[in-house]
Design a binder for this molecule. Structure first.
Ligand code: HPA
Length: 281
């Protein structure tokens, strides 16, 4: 399942967006489930609904507004995706990552990707933040890598390395800001699964065994495409729930819980991101 976009498609979308802002954004921001309110901190914002932009998919899931918000955050010009596209909605990995390449064409050099995730690491609690150090892309490993299909050399190599997909420099910056502001962050490996069903308890135990600290239904495709295209990437998970690892447990996971905990995390996440932006992200 894949879509072929041409360089011209990305450039058409970029030209449409460029005609609507005055100051060039330098940092891209993807807001995950429940994290959309973070875009309200963006000042002098220009808002562009996805449905207006050529070739852009339109997001369908509750908690995802579906627009680009371009403006100032901590004095830095950012381009935020308020709402993202998911594999479980039926989008191909190329559609999911279309906006990332458009941002690259707009000249964006750094990409901050956020998501809601279930905690797998037994030391994690709901409401905590996790700096993503690496990922396990189960969707990609299963044959749905976003770089599947013809390679566009303008973006990057046919066989890009993913050893440093999550920029060591940006990870260092985030840890520094976390210490300075006294906002703790966990660190770990994010596992992407297709969803939309949440994991069974056996799947939760499996994911933990293979080295995942948190699990979610997004992020890996956008990170691969951003890194392939030469951007520096930072990823942060908001641990909205603790994944249930016992069959017939009284505890359960729901989308409502994910959105509600996401909303509680937003002020802390906003402060951290603004700190990173101020430090010259
Ligand atoms: N599993 C998968 N995706 C998620 C979860 C989860 O527990 N929480 C938020 N997104």
């Amino acid at each position: 399942m894949y879509t072929i976009f041409t360089l011209n498609d990305y450039d058409e979308a970029a030209a449409f967006i460029r005609a609507r802002f005055e100051k060039e954004p330098t940092v891209g921001l993807i807001l995950g489930s429940g994290l959309s309110p973070l875009a309200e901190a963006i000042e002098e914002a220009v808002r562009i609904p996805y449905s207006h932009i050529p070739h852009f998919p339109v997001s369908t899931v509750e908690g995802h507004a579906g627009q680009l918000v371009i403006g100032q955050l901590a004095g830095v010009q950012v381009c935020a995706m308020q709402g993202r596209f998911h594999f479980y909605e039926g989008y191909t990995p190329q559609q999911i990552t279309f906006p990332v390449r458009v941002m690259q064409r707009l000249g964006i050099k750094q990409m901050i990707v956020t998501n809601a995730a279930g905690g797998l690491n037994p030391t994690f609690r709901a409401g905590e933040l996790m700096l993503i150090e690496d990922h396990l892309n189960f969707v990609g490993m299963g044959g749905n890598n976003p770089l599947y299909g013809p390679n566009i050399e303008t973006f990057g190599l046919r066989f890009p390395s993913m050893t440093k997909a999550y920029s060591p420099r940006l990870r260092g910056l985030l840890l520094q800001v976390s210490a300075e502001l006294g906002i703790p962050v966990q660190r770990g490996v994010y596992a992407m699964v297709a969803g939309p069903s949440f994991e069974t308890p056996a799947e939760v135990r499996f994911l933990r065994t293979v080295g995942a600290d948190a699990v979610g239904m997004s992020t890996a495709p956008e990170v691969i495409v951003a890194h392939h295209a030469g951007m520096e990437v930072m990823g942060i998970s908001s641990i909205t729930n603790v994944a249930v690892d016992v069959t017939d447990s009284a505890a359960d996971t729901s989308h409502t819980e994910v959105l509600e905990t996401g909303a509680i995390i937003v002020p802390r996440l906003t402060q951290l991101l603004m700190g990173v932006l101020k430090m010259g992200c």
